[in-house]
Design a protein around this ligand. Structure first.
Ligand code: P6P
Length: 338
């Protein structure tokens, strides 16, 4: 029988000595937000919270009521305890400043409050993604510069998956750890300690309806993944296709079983769809901690400094062997066949 450890206890016991303060408490706060959002998500169909909130966000996407609720919940929990100097949300045009009446802290929080929200009405798993940076300059803390940092400089990153169960998965640079919510206790309990990407990988995740929009090298890579003869210098591992259309759900399954999630650039989306700051960056930090790799196909996502809050990047993330093969195809170092 596995040991019974709450996320609060695990965070406290595993933080470096110097960090047993704001960062520890910030992760507690995020876990509380996760419980509140999970409670609301699991009852979405019963409380007429489904459907549109009537607004459109910076991405030009219809805001679902749960999007708005999740965004407000995270902000209201994190704006006043004095751990943060600034926040950035997928749902907000600009950075979110700490209200004047509250003390500013040492950290900057970036988050996608509810990724995959178009799946809410069809009861498909959705998720929250977050990343935590340390301030850039103490006297000037609270600016956009505090969040526009490369994912390699994250001090923490994680996600919450609202699925058949609610899980919180995070890393502070000492490995990736997963916790499952016991809704009766209201506690996240340690369920996946030190998660590592398994080899060989089992899945590839991509919306292949866009195949004809991709550059030829990516089309060839897809044919390699699918086992076509005469493509690539070695045979691809035998993979199954799994695409949920919810990044956190696809990422989580691939983290547990091995695989690659892809959202390539295309003619209509030259930078792809996934946002660097609060989606690809935190997940790149996590996959690195789990022994994997994240790339745009041309450069490591971990080392990209965002220039804008809502900057998009092409994403290939998962087992290093699969992701590095994309880069080899893009460099035209691989035999291709279409
Ligand atoms: P498409 C959800 O909107 C999201 O950002 C990810 O969660 C998901 O993987 C992707 O977009 C789905 O996009 O174009 O395949 O519908």
């Amino acid at each position: 029988m596995s040991k019974l450890v709450t996320i609060e206890r695990f965070i406290f016991d595993n933080q470096p000595e110097y960090a047993k303060g704001d960062l520890t408490n910030l992760l507690y706060d995020i876990a509380l937000a996760a419980k509140i959002i999970s409670h609301k998500t699991n009852r979405a169909g019963l409380q007429d919270i489904l459907g549109r909130a009537g607004a459109v966000n910076i991405q030009g996407e219809e805001q679902q009521k749960l999007d708005v609720f999740a965004d407000q919940t995270i902000f209201r929990i994190c704006d006043h305890p004095g751990r943060l100097c600034v926040m950035a949300s997928e749902e907000q045009d600009n950075v979110l400043h700490i209200p004047d009446q509250y003390e500013k802290g040492r950290y900057a929080l970036v988050y996608d409050p509810l990724d995959g929200s178009s799946n809410i009405d069809v009861n498909v798993s959705i998720g929250t993604i977050f990343g935590v940076y340390r301030y850039k300059e103490w006297e000037l803390r609270g600016r956009k510069e505090d969040v526009l940092q490369p994912p390699r400089d994250l001090v923490a990153a994680g996600y919450i998956l609202y699925g058949s169960s609610t899980m919180m998965v995070y890393s502070t640079g000492q490995g990736v750890h997963g916790f499952t919510l016991d809704p009766e206790l209201g506690e996240f309990l340690l369920s996946h300690e030190l998660m590592r990407l398994p080899e060989p990988p089992a899945y590839y995740s991509v919306n292949d309806a866009y195949f004809n929009r991709w550059e030829p090298e990516i089309q060839s890579y897809m044919r390699w993944l699918q086992g076509y003869a005469g493509v690539g210098d070695i045979a691809a591992p035998s993979l199954s296709g799994r695409y949920i259309g919810s990044l956190v759900a696809d990422f989580h399954r691939n983290l547990l079983r091995g695989g690659i999630y892809m959202y390539p650039a295309e003619k209509q989306k030259p930078d792809g769809k996934i946002r660097l700051l609060y989606e690809a960056g935190p997940l790149a930090f996590l996959i690195d901690q789990a022994g994997g790799y994240a790339s745009t196909g041309r450069e490591a996502i971990l080392d990209m400094t965002p220039t804008e809050l809502h900057q998009r990047v092409p994403v290939f993330i998962g087992n290093r062997s699969l992701v590095e093969k994309v880069e080899a195809f893009v460099r035209k170092e691989q035999p291709i066949r279409l």
